[in-house]
Write a protein that binds this ligand. Sequence first.
Ligand code: ADP
Ligand code: MG
Length: 421
Amino acid sequence: MADRGADELGVGDAVAARLWNGRWQLLSGLVAILLVYVFAGISAYVLLPALVLLLVAAMLPTGATRPARESAASLEAIGLQRLSGEYLAAAVADPLIIFDQAATIVHANAAAFAAFGGIAPGISLPLKFRAPEMQALLDSVLSGTVASDVVDYTEKLPVERAYRVSASSVGHGTELYVLVFKDQSEARRIDRMRADFIANASHELRTPLASIAGFIETLRGPARNDPAAREQFLQIMQNQTGRMARLIDDLLSLSRLEMKPYLKPGTEVDLRQTVDSVIDSLGPLARENNVAIERDFARGPLDVPGDRDELFQVFENLLENACKYGQSGGRVVVSIARGDDGSEPGIDVTITDFGPGIPEEHIPRITERFYRIDVETSRTQKGTGLGLSIVKHILTRHNARLSIKSEVGKGAAFSVHLPAH
Ligand SMILES: Nc1ncnc2c1ncn2[C@@H]1O[C@H](COP(=O)(O)OP(=O)(O)O)[C@@H](O)[C@H]1O
Ligand SMILES: [Mg+2]
């Protein structure tokens, strides 16, 4: 019952739609008949059938969709006839090789020529790709047991690249097959980085945890009745929990930065005010380390587009490092200058210390996560090894650049170039 109701409704809808589509023709037909009726004086017996005929004609299916569909199909056929396999292969960005039943190369696209040396039409694939997994792949599609197959294949030279290779037959009765190489190297590199990062982070957390566990055992056993030792051990345990908390804070900072890849546009940061408050907040640390902080700010407004809290974190990390690792220099200079470095106008904030400096070979790696020149010094200075990687992350979001200059024994200068607009 319900079904029939739905059907009827469907038919009714279709008729209404047809009438609506043909409303102008219907109207003009009606006007024409009425005009003839009024002026030519035809009888009502002719008028009524004429009106009925007009209505029936308006309700008949139009048939307009069918020719449209047919022409789309023929267009597709004409288009595909014009499309040669060569053009199609050239349009594919991944390396692609077409081969025949004898596993001889018939055609290779430009990406394949760029990726693999020594391929050309006529060359035998098993001779070119000698790895057992490639031989197995070719065998399985050529034997016709499967229409397509996939293997992981690593090209060792000139640089190591990992590919996921798929082989399949092309169409029916063409006796042609195609190999497509999907480059997986970048995905593998990211996987490896993630695994390294988790291993490093766990190691960094496990070290203080092991120390705390050891002290708890000692406090329960040999040091149970020694108040002086207890006090000392509790202090160490507190330092270790502080270290774990700092590490977790830094890890959360990094993950938060990764979660919001784009900066909110339209906000301006007053660098003079921001850097001033960073210097104020690090006053106690500077005094503790006997470091004097000097300001050298350019005159006039020093505004850049950006996120104030994030830029605060950048200068805080850099100034903290200068006070901690450049402590022996006794002073740190913070300068803000309008830098027109080449084509890009902007503002440079430079933090210079006069400590031991950074040996050249460490400079390119110093912003990597957990990279430290001397792990022990970093630990005693309450470092986590994540400070500069957070700095780099924030600067990338700001389209800004970090440059590091250092002369061993004379100090280091960390310069942030922020584009003005
Ligand atoms: N101004 C500096 N002078 C000398 N070495 C520095 C300076 N700034 C950073 N470093 C080195 O770079 C390493 C990484 O710095 P960072 O990422 O901030 O980690 P952390 O300070 O937590 O150890 C530090 O451990 C230190 O060895
Ligand atoms: Mg640091």
